[in-house]
Ligand binder design. Sequence first.
Ligand code: 1HE
Length: 264
Amino acid sequence: MAHSPLSDDLSVDIHGAVALVCLTRSAKRNALNDGLIMRLRQVFEDMGPDIKAAVITGEGSHFCAGLDLSELSERDAVEGMHHSRMWHKALDAVQFGRVPVVAALHGAVVGGGLELASAAHIRVADESTFYALPEGSRGIFVGGGGSVRVPRLIGVARMTDMMLTGRVYNAQEGERAGFAQYLVPTGQALDKALELAQKIAQNAPATNYALTHVLPRIADQSADHGLMTESLMAAIAQSAPEAKDRMRAFLEGRAGKVQKSAVQ
Ligand code: 1HE
């Protein structure tokens, strides 16, 4: 396993075909300053072809406390626009990079931390997780893509309520609302996220690409355009030799059957 502390604030460990990206600014609850946002972008843009999936997590007792509020002070409107666009580029690099990303969540997943978690493709939360958008009470608005990504997880009405009233969702409520796809006992989110990422890394690359790059675009299209895009993607995926090998493996009894899962 290779370990690279990219800076005091971020590290990357390679577990086979999975990159584990960790926010390591726990003294500030992994609050995201400009330098950290730029490094995150760089890490996801530079992910090489040997990496097939990634996990993102945070060191210490919280995933991420959002924007580093100590940097907010002296920005005018134009600088504020550039700052928000910088976040967009970084979180687009997470969502639309080479590989599927699983976020392992615990403690605070708030403000820009929730925006970061929302850019991942799957979220695994432990029982200590809580979700909030304190921007509402800090007199600001989301600026890291939250208005686009959060409603796709929980709906516009829930996000509006969170920002107008300061409502905090606990781990169970968050899973029911759609923030997380998996809820595990405290301390187990990272292991579960790594297990899922190892599984995802075994998928055919065309399937992973279709799910991370094409499915969200289809969801934004009209039904008619979406169906056409689906057909094009399906044809490309089916034509790959790897897809044919996998189908043949099933027909010849060499691939696993779909199994009813144990109650989770
Ligand atoms: C910070 C930040 C931060 C902690 N920026 N320094 N986000 C927020 O409004 C959330 C603000 N943070 C909190 O509500 C709490 O810190 C937590 C619930 C996340 C954690 O509580 P706790 O008791 O574990 O830690 P703490 O004692 O509050 O914080 C420890 C240190 O981290 C302390 O600094 P210290 O020098 O006094 O030790 C805090 O000041 C520091 N810290 N959070 C800067 N966010 C693209 S736009 C996105 C817009 C937003 O994200 S707005 C929401 C910002």
